[in-house]
Design a protein around this ligand. Structure first.
Ligand code: AMP
Ligand code: MG
Length: 347
C-alpha cells in the first residue's frame, strides 16, 4: 500500500483535509493524525474491525486499551458515564487542561466496543489541543481511537517522517503538520473518590500535565494496592516495564558520573544540557543535548523522542547512555519514559 502524506497547516483552513481523513476512517481505514503530544494512529472508535486493524498494524497486544479522541469536552458524555460525585472534578479538570495533553479514564458507555477498552469497564477520553485530531473527529462524527503511530514498544513518533519510518506502506494516509509541540504522551488520570469520600485522581501515566499542576486542582492519591477496575488490564505502554524503547540498549547515568565505558563499544550520550561532567568525558562518539545551554525541561521534553530516534539511527553508536533528569515537573514524565526505555526487555 502506498502511504500518502498530506501536509496541513492548522493556521489555515484544513477542513478539506480533515474531511478526507474522516472519509477514510468511515470506510474502516486507518490514518495517522498529529496531536500536540505525538502522532496518533487513528481508527473510527465505533468500528471494532477498524480498531482491530490498529492492533494488527502496530503489533500491539490486545490487553492494551486505546485512547478515544473527542472533538470537545461535551463529547465525553457520549462515551463515558461520569458518576455524579465526580462530575464537579471532571468539569474542573476539563476546564483547566482541555484542550490539552490530559487523558481521563472514566466508566464507559455500552456504545464503546470492547476492543477499544480491552474489555475494561472504563474508557480513556482525551480532547487534544491539536486542531487536526479534533477536526477529524468532528468530521467523522465519532470519537477517533488512536494510540501512538509506532510499532508496539518502539519510540513514539513526533513527526510525520518518524510515522513513515514506523508504518509507511501499512496505512493509506498521514496528516503532516510538522513536529509535535509537547513531544511526550498525555498524562493519564483516573478520577476517583479518596478514602475520606472526596473526589481525587490517581495518575496512571505521568505526562506534560505535571503532578504539581494537578495538585493545584485536586488531591492526587496513590494507585491502591488492591487492583481495581482502572488498574487491572491496561498495564501497557503507559505501564509496561519495558517500553518506548530504542533498538539499541539504553543506560541511565547520573550527570555527575561516573561512567565506565567498556572497551570496543561505542557510546552516544543523551545529555540534558550538554555540559555536565558526564558530557565532558571523552568516551562518546556522539553527544546530543536535549536542551542546549540553559536546560529547559519543556524543550527537553519536546526533543526527547526525536533525539532517542536520532541516536538509534547513528551508525557509530552501539549503546545509548542517557543522563538522569531532575524528577520535578516535566522531568518526572521524561524519567518515566527513559526508565522504561532502559528496562531489560526480557524481564
Ligand atoms: P497510547 O499508546 O499512548 O495511546 O497509550 C494508551 C494508554 O492509555 C494505555 O496503554 C493505557 O495505559 C492507558 N489507557 C487507555 N485506556 C485505559 C483504561 N480504560 N483504563 C486505564 N488506562 C487506560
Ligand atoms: Mg504508545
Amino acid at each position: 500500500m502506498e502511504t500518502r502524506v498530506l501536509e496541513i497547516d492548522p493556521l489555515e483552513d484544513c477542513r478539506a483535509a480533515y474531511k478526507e481523513a474522516a472519509a477514510l476512517l468511515a470506510e474502516g481505514k486507518l490514518v495517522a493524525i498529529p496531536t500536540e503530544t505525538v502522532y496518533g494512529l487513528g481508527a473510527d472508535a465505533f468500528n471494532a474491525d477498524a480498531v482491530a486493524e490498529v492492533f494488527a498494524v502496530k503489533e500491539r497486544p490486545h490487553f492494551d486499551p486505546l485512547i478515544c479522541h473527542l472533538p470537545n469536552a461535551r463529547a465525553v458524555h457520549e462515551i463515558a458515564e461520569v458518576p455524579e460525585e465526580l462530575r464537579g472534578l471532571v468539569d474542573k479538570l476539563a476546564a483547566e487542561f482541555w484542550p490539552g495533553p490530559m487523558t481521563l479514564v472514566l466508566p464507559r458507555k455500552a456504545c464503546v466496543p470492547d476492543i477499544v477498552t480491552s474489555g475494561l469497564p472504563t474508557v480513556a477520553c482525551r480532547v487534544t489541543s491539536h486542531e487536526a485530531m479534533r477536526g477529524v473527529a468532528k468530521a467523522l462524527g465519532h470519537p477517533v481511537a488512536a494510540p501512538s503511530a509506532n510499532r508496539f514498544g518502539h519510540i513514539s513518533p513526533t513527526s510525520a517522517a518518524a510515522v513513515l519510518k514506523e508504518l509507511g506502506g501499512s496505512i493509506p494516509l498521514v496528516l503532516d503538520s510538522g513536529a509535535c509541540s509537547e513531544g511526550l504522551e498525555s498524562t493519564i488520570l483516573a478520577p476517583c473518590m479518596d478514602d475520606k469520600g472526596n473526589p481525587a485522581v490517581r495518575i496512571l501515566r505521568e505526562g506534560p500535565v505535571t503532578r504539581e499542576k494537578i495538585r493545584e486542582i485536586c488531591r492526587v492519591v496513590k494507585p491502591s494496592k488492591r487492583k481495581d477496575a482502572e488498574e487491572t488490564a491496561p498495564n501497557a505502554p503507559g505501564q509496561l516495564k519495558s517500553h518506548y524503547a530504542p533498538a539499541k540498549p539504553l543506560l541511565l547515568c547520573n550527570p555527575r558520573g561516573p561512567f565506565q565505558p567498556q572497551e570496543g563499544v561505542s557510546y552516544g550520550l543523551i545529555s540534558y544540557k550538554g555540559e555536565s561532567k558526564l558530557a565532558e568525558m571523552d568516551c562518546w562518539t556522539q553527544v546530543m543535548p536535549l536542551s542546549p545551554g540553559s536546560g529547559r525541561l519543556a524543550e527537553a521534553a519536546v526533543r526527547l523522542f526525536a533525539v532517542m530516534r536520532a541516536m538509534d539511527e547513528c551508525e557509530d553508536v552501539d549503546v545509548i547512555v542517557a543522563e538522569e533528569l531532575p524528577t520535578v515537573g516535566l522531568g518526572a514524565a521524561m524519567m518515566d519514559r527513559l526508565t522504561r526505555a532502559s528496562a531489560d526487555r526480557n524481564s
